[in-house]
Design a binder for this molecule. Sequence first.
Ligand code: IMP
Ligand code: MG
Length: 174
Amino acid sequence: MAEHIRVILTEKEVNARIQAIGDEISRDYAGKKVHLVCVLKGGSFFMCELAKRITVPVSIDFMSVSSYGKDTKSSGVVKIVKDLDESLKDKDVIVVEDIIDSGQTLSYLLELLGKRGPKSLALCTLLDKPSRRVVNVNVDYTGFEIPDEFVVGYGLDYNQKYRNLPYIGVVEFN
Ligand code: IMP
Ligand code: MG
C-alpha cells in the first residue's frame, strides 16, 4: 500500500501561527527571560522555530520521555529517558510540545517539573486534539486545534518518518 500525505496545514500557515505565538509570548514575558523545555523528539522543530521568533532572552533545554508501555499507559506514568541538563529553580519555564492527544504525558510531566521550583510553568503546543483528551491539561499557547486524525510533519512522525516535512499532513494509504 502506498502512503500519501494529505496536507492540512501548509508551511505558510504553520509559520504564520508560530510567529503569532512568538509575539504573544514576547508580550506576556516582557521584562523577563523564558526557559524553553523541549520534549524530544517531536517538539524540537517547533521549539527551534518558536525560539527564533521570541524577542525576550531565551534559554533552552531538552528532555526525552517514553511511556512505560501499554499496560501502564492508562496511568499516564512516563519514564524519563533523558532528563534536563539544567535546574528549573526560579525560572519562567515554558514546556514546548508537538501535540497534545490524551494529555497523559503532559499532565504527568507538568506535575513532575512543577516540583522542581520554577517561578512559573506554562505549556505551549503546536497542535491539540481536544476530542481525545482523557486527562485535563491546562494549555497556555496552542497553535492549532485539529480533529482526531493521525498527523505527521513539523516534528511529528509515523514510524519515525516524516518529521522533516515543513507542513502538517494526514497519512493516507491507497
Ligand atoms: P498523550 O497526549 O499523552 O496522549 O501523548 C501525546 C504524544 O503522542 C505526542 O507527544 C506524540 O508523540 C504522540 N502523538 C499523538 N498524536 C499523534 C499524531 O497524530 N501524530 C504523531 N504523533 C502523535
Ligand atoms: Mg511528543
